[in-house]
Write a protein that binds this ligand. Structure first.
Ligand code: FRU
Length: 487
């Protein structure tokens, strides 16, 4: 079969995809990974993404392109970058970022070839649809930071401070024979000529992998360095860094003169669930900082791929900084798509029970629960005869467990760790505040105002729509609203 015939067959299969979420960005067919080049430009949010159009599996990378005015509905535009240059010949156009320069949208991305390895490349567009590439990489492997190899040098993040462009690029480090990771920094006045400025940040504690997809932005007075950390710590801690590659951030200060990022504090994890990687942030015209990540993890089985599609993005999250931690909340635009709510107040929960009108597989759920008399409290989502996605709050240990073991089609992995149970350590409080977005095959749980977030892909049957509550001891649902989301 030719590539075109294969793509047509995939399009046919994808129209029967029972797992396609309704309000999460997905490719129409083919493979999606990292969000790239997130930017608000020309009255629209642009979401570019790592894309292989010809099959629901990773292949030579293109940049897919979607736009939205409300961060809920995404309109597909033609592929922005396809591998057609010698410096992209081996694996295509890897992740990167976008910026406005002289009124035009520019994309910085990594071209991957056999000879050159990974190099940073530039493309620009007059109309945000057709992108013209520079015929040579703009940061070549001759500008590799000392001690790094040319096969790990990728994911340029460009930003501007005081008339100067900065570009952070992930690379391996080698200091006196010790392998580590670094975020290399380059500066430029025109996005074409770049000067190496050394490492903005180095970490030699992890011997394997690099910090993929670095991002640096200011949030409520601090600088945030966000990274997708391959093989971070061995997951010894019960409720931290359980994913194969956790996405982490450091708060600190980026010195624009020395190009060094000085962290203040330790690594924080962004999402304690299963499916969250390569997050990128951008700013809306009203000043909100929005975060979107790939809602997936490497090395997992992807049940929707049977229908010609693989991958989705998280629902966009507004992020803020409070007491040294990033808080995440679903963007408020979703509220425009809520139908009338089922509402309940002061409901005592002991044995497993359901509440009238509280069900569905495309819903926005908000709850306040008093746990002062409960040993544990559980919520079962997407429940049917055989399936359920379980959220369990252990009030003695302040641990929330998200368990998708019985959620539906089983997800497997070549990872050694359990890929169906995740835990998050919560602050100690007897009041629990939850916001849960359920979208067909997606569950995102925002705990206590977004202090902890847990994201899961799940594959239940279409009629697994019940939601139940149970407590060991007694839990009181002080307030509950369940809005069907109408898209
Ligand atoms: C992260 C990543 C990036 C790379 C891209 C390739 O998920 O590995 O480092 O640019 O995916 O698709």
């Amino acid at each position: 079969m030719s590539k075109l015939q294969k793509a047509r067959a995939a399009a046919k299969r994808s129209s029967t995809d029972p797992f396609r979420p309704k309000f999460h960005a997905t490719p129409s067919t083919g493979w999606m990974n990292d969000p790239n080049g997130l930017i608000w430009f020309g009255e629209k949010a642009h979401l570019f993404y790592q894309y292989y159009p010809y099959a629901p599996k990773w292949g030579r990378m293109h940049w897919g392109h979607m736009v939205s005015t409300d961060l809920v509905h995404w309109e597909h535009l033609p592929v922005a970058l396809a591998p057609d240059q010698p410096f992209e010949r081996l694996l295509g156009c890897f992740s990167g970022s976008a910026i406005e320069h002289e009124g035009r949208l520019h994309l910085l991305y990594t071209g991957v070839s056999a000879l050159g390895g990974q190099q940073q490349c530039l493309a620009a567009s007059e109309d945000c649809v057709d992108f013209a590439k520079r015929t040579k990489p703009v940061i070549s492997n001759k500008q590799l930071p000392q001690g790094s190899g040319k096969y790990d040098f990728r994911d340029p993040k460009v930003f501007k401070r005081c008339d100067l462009y900065y570009c952070l690029v992930s690379a391996a480090a080698n200091q006196n024979g010790v392998r580590g990771r670094q975020i290399a920094c380059y500066t430029s006045t025109d996005l074409v000529h770049w000067q190496g400025r050394g490492a903005a940040y180095t970490d030699s504690s992890a011997k394997k992998g690099i910090f993929e997809c670095p991002d640096l932005f200011s949030l409520d007075g601090a600088d945030v360095l966000m990274m997708s950390s391959m093989h971070f710590y061995p997951p010894q801690e019960e409720a931290r860094f359980q994913n194969l590659h956790p996405s982490v951030y450091l708060l600190g200060r980026f010195d624009a003169d020395t190009c060094r990022f000085v962290p203040e504090g330790e690594y924080n994890e962004l999402d304690y669930g299963f499916d969250f990687y390569a997050p990128q942030a951008f700013t809306m015209p009203d000043g909100r900082t929005i975060l979107i990540a790939w809602k997936q993890m490497w090395k997992r089985s992807i049940p929707e791929s049977r229908f010609g599609r693989a991958g989705a993005m998280t629902f966009p999250r507004e992020i803020t900084l409070e007491a040294g931690k990033i808080l995440q909340r679903p963007v408020r635009e979703l509220e425009r798509y809520r139908a009338d709510a089922a509402e309940h107040t002061d409901v005592i929960i002991t044995e497993e029970s359901s509440l009238s009108g509280v069900c569905g597989n495309c819903v926005d759920l908000q709850l306040e629960i008093d746990l002062s008399l409960a040993k544990s409290f559980s919520i079962r989502l997407l429940k049917g005869k055989e399936h359920e996605t379980l959220l369990l709050f252990d009030t003695e240990r302040n641990i929330c467990t998200l368990d998708r073991t019985r959620a539906g089609v089983t997800i497997t992995s070549s990872e050694e760790t359990d890929v169906n149970v995740r835990r998050a350590k919560l602050g100690s409080s007897c009041m629990l505040d939850l916001r849960i977005l359920i979208d067909i095959s997606s569950v995102e749980v925002f705990i206590n105002g977004g202090k902890n977030v847990m994201t899961a892909n799940v594959y239940p049957d279409a009629n697994d729509t019940a939601i139940t509550f149970a407590a060991e001891g007694m839990g009181v649902i002080r307030k509950l609203s369940c809005w069907p989301v109408l898209i």
